[in-house]
Ligand binder design. Sequence first.
Ligand SMILES: NC(=O)c1ccc[n+]([C@@H]2O[C@H](COP(=O)([O-])OP(=O)(O)OC[C@H]3O[C@@H](n4cnc5c(N)ncnc54)[C@H](OP(=O)(O)O)[C@@H]3O)[C@@H](O)[C@H]2O)c1
Length: 414
Amino acid sequence: MSFAAGQGSGRGSGASPVRVALLGSGGSIGRQAVDVLARNSDAFRVVAIATGSQAGVLEEQARLLHPIAVALADGDAAARLDLPAGTELVGGADALESLATRPDVDLVVVATGGMVALRSVLAALDAGKIVATANKETLVAGGHLVMPLARRLAAGVAAAPGGATHPLASPLGWLRPIDSEHSAIWQCLVGERHAAVERLWLTASGGPFLDSSVADLATVTPERALRHPTWTMGAKITIDSATLANKGLEVIEARWLYDVAFPAISVVIHPQSVVHSAVQFVDGSLKAQLGTPDMRLPIQYALTYPDRLASPTPAVDLIAAGRLEFRAPDEDRFPALRIARAAGVSGPLASAALISADEVAVARFLDGSLDFNGIPRLLDAAVDRFGAGSPAEPSLEQLINLDIEVRRFAEAYP
Ligand SMILES: NC(=O)c1ccc[n+]([C@@H]2O[C@H](COP(=O)([O-])OP(=O)(O)OC[C@H]3O[C@@H](n4cnc5c(N)ncnc54)[C@H](OP(=O)(O)O)[C@@H]3O)[C@@H](O)[C@H]2O)c1
């Protein structure tokens, strides 16, 4: 991608709209991304959208956004799609990749779960697209593949005349986090030097069972676990928040995004979910980003960086918030946090095994074939079994094969 002055998102004044492909448009993040994009239709032109199985939602989104191309992974439902004139259906196993790498796309928003979009993310970066990702697997399993591409793109911009101070001269300009914690850290880091960073603080709400005993946790039902106290999200991430596995995945994500070593990444429980995360600097300063818990904010920041646009989300009312609490996480009651961090320290193979095992563990908890405390037990067993193998840095194909093997193991786990 070529870059021009004022093109960070690139929404510069007078700039033409940024052309967007949205993968996973029917999910929790996808629908909120559609809301942000539709509200800012002068700044963004949605060229392509894709979802998995929700034909009705895709049709509705196509009528709202008038994309040039759409994809639906469910082939039977795709055959019956009723699309507006001017919108074509792209089919086939590589539909996501072909949407993400279209020549008329500048920026790809990744809102799919699991590993399904990893190949497309790599292809998009390789083709010089900006990638804004909510998807954790992209970094947890594929950070060693993704970040070198983002660094290469940033280095290309930095080497151009006048490029060193351009927003795209940083890997974060190309691989943009949507996860609220990582967006917060990104926002705190703008204008700061890497050498000045001492510690990253990831905040965690603690989920619905923050004060439950280990015995209580054994009796947790899916219905109770799906009731998150502060955020409304997809089912998988809501269960991950309840076990704190999600925070462990976020530690790994942060390690890749910000190039900070694991011992310098801390987790702090903050039940109000107002402080989205913080950065501690060598002079003892702590910078935090605060906001109403609404994913449309980090989605929008990833789209408009380095600019900010008005949003429908009200700012936090500090006086109404009154009191903000912080405390250390309890890794004895929530061992998934410790297991995930240890997997991250072990390396990409263990992190990838963790991700695949967790998908199955959460699905099994939801279908009643695994209890709540069984989730961390399964994660531990999978990381133990698959995490120490070789190669230490698996290729995309090796990651896909590992995913199949780990899933098989996790499905058969007692
Ligand atoms: N939700 C949040 O607030 C939040 C916050 C931070 C990070 N994240 C991360 O963001 C990612 C998405 O989370 P979510 O909660 O939005 O999940 P979700 O509600 O389950 O949505 C995932 C979407 O991906 C779509 N999809 C699945 N396979 C596909 C395929 N082959 N091609 C195209 N689309 C496909 C699904 O389509 P159908 O529904 O049409 O089948 C679904 O709409 C996860 O990695 C999560 O950890 C989420």
